[in-house]
Design a protein. Structure first.
Length: 86
């Protein structure tokens, strides 16, 4: 099982907002496409699948892999998880 996070980078790339989270079967590209297409049509501009079973762990990975090194903030609007920051 994997977790697909969908979200949006702010126009200044300072904040990644997570706006949706879905549990999908590992490597199910059809599910990814079916979930991201309408999200991108409605304003999302970022999505990533993480090989973890929980939303919390996926948010932490998103922070570590996409936001932390650029000093960006991560705002989880789905479950309001606060990533652990160093």
């Amino acid at each position: 099982m994997s977790t697909l996070l969908i979200g949006r980078w702010s126009t200044d790339n300072a904040t990644l907002s997570i706006t949706a989270s879905h549990q999908i079967d590992d490597e199910d590209q059809a599910a990814v496409d079916a979930l991201t297409k309408p999200a991108f049509t409605n304003g999302a501009n970022w999505a990533c699948t993480f090989p973890v079973d929980t939303h919390r762990h996926a948010v932490q990975r998103a922070y570590e892999e996409f936001a932390r090194d650029d000093d960006a903030c991560l705002d989880d609007t789905v479950e309001h998880v606060e990533p652990v920051t160093p």
